[in-house]
Design a protein around this ligand. Sequence first.
Ligand code: SF4
Ligand code: SF4
Ligand SMILES: [Zn+2]
Length: 273
Amino acid sequence: MEIKVLEKDDVHLRMSVREAVIPFMNALRRIVTSEVPCMAIDEIVVLENSSVLQDEIIAHRLGLVPLKSDLDSYNLPEECPCKSEFGCNLCRVTLALEVEAKDGSRTIYSGDLVSENQNIVPVSDRIPIVKLAKEQKIRLEAYARLGKGKNHAKWQPVSMCAYKYYPKIEISKKCTACAKCVDICPRKVLAKSGNKIEVRDLLTCTLCQDCVEACPENPAAIAVSGEENGFIFNLESTSALPPERIIAEATKILDKQLKELEGQIKVKKSEED
Ligand code: SF4
Ligand code: SF4
Ligand SMILES: [Zn+2]
């Protein structure tokens, strides 16, 4: 397998993967969205709430605030030696929220949450939770835990994870450079240069085939297809974890699952013998 990072920043990762097969790409995508853990608020204890929103709605909103996660210092609750439903310092982080609208209405934002661990805080301070009218007050304690996207979307470390075939565009000698394909392309992949058509931005091609259909030649002078074993993998993190860490965790989990499967097949075979 040949993997090349095409683009990377704090949140996005785009890479080309060659000599791979669809089941592998799909397994990687599914593990990223459903098995790689991250932190999210899972339980709250409301001490005071005079806002217009019920406790349950506030709990739901707090649960969906993405939190910066630390996979090295915390255990998944089901794997923590404490075996406690409430959790311990190795599987639970407490965040407090105490806000009163003293001088007039005010909005409570994610940045008002005060965490006991400065590494486990909301990824943004500007996520609105609830608006308080004058003299309304909220006082609560929230408990964040590691969890997996397969149990609730709030534990998904990505806002997007998808792959597509690596595009392949061929323009034949029959091309008259009429530029109809250039004009119709929604992603501006093609460009006219003199009396030739050039591929300007191959990777943004969605393989929609609009250019092929617009070509007046019969058969079309342009052909668009996907490489059989080549893919572009795209990932956007919620900022809970760096994108490269998400991929690294996903490959570790896939490896573990394959080893477990191999072990089970061996056990079955020896039972049959
Ligand atoms: S297949 Fe679609 S996106 Fe790709 S070059 Fe043709 S029109 Fe553009
Ligand atoms: S539409 Fe067909 S003939 Fe016209 S420029 Fe594109 S490929 Fe060439
Ligand atoms: Zn614990």
